[in-house]
Design a protein around this ligand. Structure first.
Ligand SMILES: Cc1cc2nc3c(=O)[nH]c(=O)nc-3n(C[C@H](O)[C@H](O)[C@H](O)COP(=O)(O)OP(=O)(O)OC[C@H]3O[C@@H](n4cnc5c(N)ncnc54)[C@H](O)[C@@H]3O)c2cc1C
Length: 418
């Protein structure tokens, strides 16, 4: 694998950027693998990377129906944070956040992780109580989170309007996680793809999984794909919004609903916005990309669907809220919008687990907020597949919790949890 460095970048720049090599191969599928991962999003690619680097399992294929990173990984608004309420969530998301902090070095690929702070606004007494509860719970779990008054919010984020006389939903304060921020989503997929490929993992794009073949005892034997049958004794599914469809191929009905979730970006402007701001109550969140575009996200559509497009009224509602919170953006033009398909569980926490089908594992249910978990989820999902048992960090994130009622109910944190 070609090693990147500042020195090499300068040398290649002086030579007109000629001679950069391909970052991963385009292999034809082999007849069989030790492990097949369905879905080359960040989660699937990270899983393959950690199977190879942590567990020494390199006879792995990642099978992707489109192009790698073309699902939710390349469509999200890139917010990274770990201030969820329950102990199990704190363990999982903080594991991910710690991996983010060293990820560019680990992958020798700049994922542009930028811990610029994530500020979650409170607009009513319920928000205040709920966020203060989060602050206390997070601190008990060693996760940084602090309460700011409205004036302190304004100090942290100068474009924020806190003049209650001009707002439907006044800002009463906010919870700030300083270690939170953003990362470049494509780079995350590319960095993991490059690292996994260099260790022998085959990434097979434009290859849809159409069926899961099972043996006489119900165990998995491999997958039927648009490029033919590919054998494997272990299959890990990381297919986000399509998880229910893929798992139904093995006869499993998942506790998931798939909804469109959309985002939009503005024309680029000079750096004006120093952090990430989220408002769960009025359904809007915003940051500024390194290119200068304002990156704005909305809530999910009200109806289940597999379209990668959201309703126009949802975008309008979000922009109303953004203009009220940040009046200086009122005359900005939006450049483009798009949608992804998010897979929601009833308690808004993910499933990372073995399934009742021997050899079949699933990592799903990340809904509107799984980008932030990419390194951590890949790491513990690889462990679950390699050892055929969960890592301590994902032990609680089973499918059975919906049968047994042992929920990890993050719905309050996840109202628009990105
Ligand atoms: C608009 C939007 C904004 C978001 N904002 C944030 C945010 O700010 N922060 C955050 O933490 N999260 C956010 N999320 C959620 C986050 O993007 C996802 O939870 C996360 O990217 C899921 O990663 P993944 O690798 O599991 O899924 P994906 O990247 O969707 O990868 C799954 C892959 O599986 C492939 N696939 C599906 N079916 C098959 C098949 N039959 N055969 C082969 N391949 C198949 C798909 O093509 C896809 O590439 C957002 C999501 C959206 C849509």
């Amino acid at each position: 694998m070609e090693k990147f460095s500042g020195f090499k970048l300068i040398r290649r720049a002086l030579g007109g950027h000629q001679g950069w090599g391909r970052q991963w191969r385009t292999p034809e599928p082999k007849a069989s693998y030790d492990v097949i991962i369905v879905g080359a999003g960040g989660h699937g690619l990270a899983t393959a990377y950690y199977l190879a680097t942590v567990h020494g399992i390199t006879n792995v294929a990642v099978i992707e129906k489109g192009w790698l990173g073309g699902g939710n990984t390349g469509r999200n608004t890139t917010i990274v944070r770990s201030n969820y309420l329950f102990d199990e969530s704190a363990g999982l998301y903080n594991h991910a956040l710690k991996l983010w902090e060293g990820l560019s070095q680990e992958l020798n690929y700049n994922v542009m992780f930028s811990p610029r702070g994530v500020l979650m606004l409170a607009h009513n007494i319920h928000d205040v109580q709920s966020f203060k509860r989060h602050v206390h719970a997070n601190r008990l779990n060693g996760v940084d989170n602090e309460w700011l008054s409205a004036e302190e919010c304004r100090e942290f984020c100068p474009p924020l309007n806190i003049d209650a006389s001009t707002m439907r939903y006044p800002v009463l304060g906010g919870a700030l996680q300083r270690r939170g921020g953003t990362a470049r989503h494509d780079a995350v997929a590319w960095g993991y793809a490059r690292g996994a490929d260099a260790r022998g993992v085959d990434i097979i794009q434009n290859c849809a999984v159409t069926a899961i073949r099972r043996g006489p005892d119900g165990e998995v034997q491999g997958v039927e794909t648009s490029k033919g049958f590919i054998g494997a004794r272990k299959i890990g599914v990381s297919a986000a919004g399509n998880t229910s469809v893929v798992m139904a191929m093995a006869g499993l009905r998942m506790p998931l609903e798939s909804y469109p979730l959309q985002a939009l970006v503005s024309e680029p402007v000079k750096p004006v916005f120093p952090c990430v701001v989220m408002s769960n109550t009025i359904h809007a969140y915003i940051s500024q990309s390194d290119k200068g575009e304002l990156v704005i996200g909305a809530g999910t559509d009200a109806y289940t669907s597999y379209t990668q497009r959201g309703g126009i009224h949802i975008a309008n509602h979000t922009l109303d809220a953004i203009c009220e919170l940040f009046p200086m953006f009122r005359r900005m033009r939006m450049l483009r919008n798009w949608g992804g398909i998010v897979d929601l569980t009833p308690d808004r926490s993910p499933i990372i687990a073995k399934t009742p089908v021997k050899g079949l594992y699933v990592n799903c249910g990340w809904g509107t907020g799984g980008f932030k978990a990419t390194p951590g989820a890949g790491h513990v999902f690889a462990h679950t597949i390699a050892k055929d048992e969960p890592h301590a960090i994902n032990a609680a994130f089973t499918m059975e919790r919906f049968r047994d009622g042992v929920l990890i109910d993050e719905a309050a944190a996840a109202a628009v949890a990105h």
